[in-house]
Design a protein around this ligand. Sequence first.
Ligand SMILES: Nc1ncnc2c1ncn2[C@@H]1O[C@H](COP(=O)(O)OP(=O)(O)OP(=O)(O)O)[C@@H](O)[C@H]1O
Ligand SMILES: [Mg+2]
Length: 244
Amino acid sequence: MTTEANVEGAGRSVIVSLKNVRKSYEHEGKTLEVLRGIDLTIRSGEMVCLWGPSGAGKSTLLHLIGTLDMPTAGTVELDGNLVTALSSSRVAALRNRAIGFVFQFHHLLPEFTALENVMMPGMIQGSMPKGALRERAEALLEQVSLSHRASHRPSELSGGEQQRVALARALTLKPKLLLADEPTGNLDTENSAEIHKLFHKLNESHGTTMVLVTHNPELSRSLPRVIKMRDGHIESDETQPIER
Ligand SMILES: Nc1ncnc2c1ncn2[C@@H]1O[C@H](COP(=O)(O)OP(=O)(O)OP(=O)(O)O)[C@@H](O)[C@H]1O
Ligand SMILES: [Mg+2]
């Protein structure tokens, strides 16, 4: 029911638009079709859950939305840019500017403190003065309730705290779009619930559009739009009353 979901969001700008996207891999002389014609529109401020069995193509789709990979056929538009027609350096610049990523494992840099990890995307990009960057990182750490752990290295943080740092880090460059692949896949129930709340809080406070791949039923129930995938297709795309 793609149209219903779209009507609901009418009026808000389109952040992600995929048209007839296909992805296949050549494997041992055979063509393996992983995505078989995906049409998808996501509007500014939406929170979308990607749901479906293992191997359905969720991570592949998230990587295409995130410009980490290119489709075999079809078009990907991100924030008004036709990604599939851009050079790889322009795509990389767009990705850095517009997208934040959170993965199942946090990939924090072990030698740096929580604060430095949150500052890192800005240090690499280099467009923000260090003082402003530090202030922003401190504010983000406060939002994820970790001000008191700012000087800890990742090994001195709990799993849930590490993932909260990763979430703060994903927002350092104020991305329009946050993509998360099983962000609570590695956490216990309590820490997962904490991260779920944070997604909602950050969506409300920053207006960040979010696409979250999850197997977690509580998280999926808390998200207003659920896209179910199966065998490389979108099986259903529905809005739901939010349980929070
Ligand atoms: N580089 C690759 N080469 C060949 N096949 C691949 C490649 N990457 C993924 N696949 C296949 O594509 C299918 C979809 O993979 P994908 O990682 O998108 O699934 P998923 O829905 O994220 O599953 P899970 O819930 O287990 O993470 C799988 O069958 C996988 O084996
Ligand atoms: Mg996956």
